[in-house]
Write a protein that binds this ligand. Structure first.
Ligand code: GLU
Length: 506
């Protein structure tokens, strides 16, 4: 690539970033890093009515949480700032004027009522009103009015907009890296508003001017912007600027049925659609997802590496990513797959790191007395994590999978008790308690050797000892190797649990 790669993610701060937006940012980031280029964040806040407090901070924090920070953007000037369009307000008018003077744009004075009248009138006749070549000469604008009339209106301070004069009878040929060549008949385009008399540009003008001034080489954005591509292409031509290359990403589709993924789908099916929590909506971060798992599944949502590989670190993604391998058709969102990813990432995390996160959960769950148990010490906690993590998707699952290490069962699974707690169980367990009492080296291996020897010596069957033992220690028939559990909870606690069960189970 001869031109320096500069891409931008250009969200409007109208709310939190949806995961679709995060994916757009991610693809921009991957493309930039792959080509040694720059990833820019531009805040498109020209529509002050839709501005939402806190949205910009949310966007920045979400990118940082995902580990895909921008190189240039608000607070990180790279010589092309400011990066908020509201701070660039003064720049746009001259460009609108330029288009007026070179005949590619015009003033329009039509009132809202008048336009509404035309819209309704067309509707009544089963037609759609489009402000363009076929009727612009019948409307109130600088193409239909005389120079003097226009000047009088401007001097009188009448409200106006500046519209793009879209060409008539032209075949517009567009190139998209993902979709290939697209042909558009210019006659279907409307004369979009570029500038309003309140001094603010519309999205289209500000977007093109900024992409040009910021030297953007590739525009990578969602498919919903594809209908604007023809206008953008014509705007570049009208300014005499070289257009960047475009790539429109496929939509992220609902898990079931038709249409694009929405916040409602998440609420209905119980999965997050935001990277981090926003008001009452939970985010991936708060639901316990690892950010690298989120990045990994988002990368594969619309892009395919051309191999069976599913797990990619960020640097592997940078290495492998290409826009050519982004799919044209929508990518179906699969909430189960997101969990699978998290599970994979959890398994590959070190036990010590997971234990650290688990300690934070335990801090809330355990009383100070329980916190002083051997099990709650960092080393032991790491071991516990190693025993149970296989079955976990999130660190928050650890508690469910290991609470019996810290808290003695207060009830026993009914079905298991019926099946495993026989008439002689209480007696056998008391005998076992004495055996345990006499063990000095209370390590899993040693307990196992001694208990097994005792079983053989007493001519007891394993079935009479092991299941009731698990029941009294764990409360149900789950968990890792029972002697590992005994070692971890310690001699005293093991014996206490046997006595406690005796009292409850009889
Ligand atoms: N501000 C637009 C948005 O909110 C940006 C579209 C583009 O990337 O051109 O998505």
């Amino acid at each position: 690539m001869s031109q320096k790669v500069r891409v931008r993610f250009a969200p409007s701060p109208t709310g939190p970033l949806h995961i679709g937006g995060v994916r757009t940012a991610l693809y921009n980031y991957l493309f930039a890093k792959k080509h040694g280029g720059e990833f820019i964040l531009r805040i498109e806040d020209t529509d002050q009515k839709r501005y939402v407090d806190g949205a910009e901070d949310y966007i920045v924090n979400a990118l940082n949480w995902c580990g895909i920070p921008f190189d240039e953007g608000p607070g990180k000037d790279g010589g092309h700032g400011p990066y908020r369009q509201s701070e660039r307000k003064h720049l746009y008018k001259q460009y609108a004027d330029k288009l007026i003077s070179n005949g590619n744009a015009y003033y329009a004075f039509d009132t809202a009522e008048n336009l509404d009248f035309h819209r309704k009138d067309h509707e009544a006749r089963g037609k759609t009103f489009i402000y363009n070549w076929h009727n612009r000469l019948k409307l109130s604008n600088s193409l239909s009015l005389t120079k003097e009339e226009v000047q009088t209106k401007l001097d009188a301070g009448e409200d106006y907009v500046i519209r793009f004069k879209s060409p008539q009878d032209e075949k517009v040929i567009l190139q998209d890296i993902i979709r290939g060549e697209i042909h558009i008949d210019s006659n279907v385009l409307d004369d979009k508003v570029l500038f309003k008399s309140d001094g603010m540009p519309t999205y289209h003008l500000a977007n093109i001017v900024d992409d040009h001034l910021m030297k953007i080489s590739h525009v990578i954005r969602g498919e919903e912007w594809l209908p604007s591509l023809a206008l953008h292409h014509l705007l570049y031509d009208a300014f005499g600027w070289t257009a960047p290359q475009f790539a429109h990403l496929p939509l992220i589709m609902k898990p079931v049925g038709k249409g694009k993924l929405s916040k409602r789908d998440g609420e209905k099916l119980g999965f997050p659609v935001f990277p981090m929590s926003w008001q009452e909506s939970k985010g991936y971060r708060e639901e316990g997802y690892f950010s690298d798992a989120v990045v990994n599944f988002l990368a594969l949502l619309g892009w395919n590496p051309g191999t069976e590989q599913e797990l990619f670190s960020l640097s592997e993604l940078v290495e492998t990513f290409s826009l050519e391998r982004v799919n044209k058709s929508g990518a179906r969102f699969d909430p189960d797959k997101t969990k699978w990813y998290n599970q994979q990432y959890l398994q590959s995390r070190s036990n010590a790191e997971l234990a650290e996160s688990y300690a934070e959960i335990l801090d809330e769950k355990l009383s100070s007395e329980q916190k002083s148990l051997d099990c709650a010490r960092p080393g032991t906690l790491t071991k516990i994590v190693s025993l149970i993590k296989e079955r976990a998707v999130f660190v928050s699952d650890f508690w469910q999978l290991s609470n019996y290490f810290f808290v003695a069962p207060s009830s026993y699974n009914e079905k298991a008790s019926r099946k495993q707690w026989k008439e002689d169980s209480a007696d056998i367990m008391s005998q076992l308690a004495s055996v345990l009492e006499a063990i000095d080296d209370f390590s899993s291996e040693n307990i196992e050797t001694i208990v097994k020897a005792w079983i053989t010596e007493k001519e007891l069957s394993f079935g009479k000892v092991m299941p009731p033992l698990r029941l009294v220690v764990v409360g149900e028939m789950k968990g890792p190797h029972i002697f590992d559990i005994l070692e971890m909870i310690g001699k005293e606690e093991s014996i206490e649990r046997i006595h406690k069960a005796h009292g409850i189970l009889g």
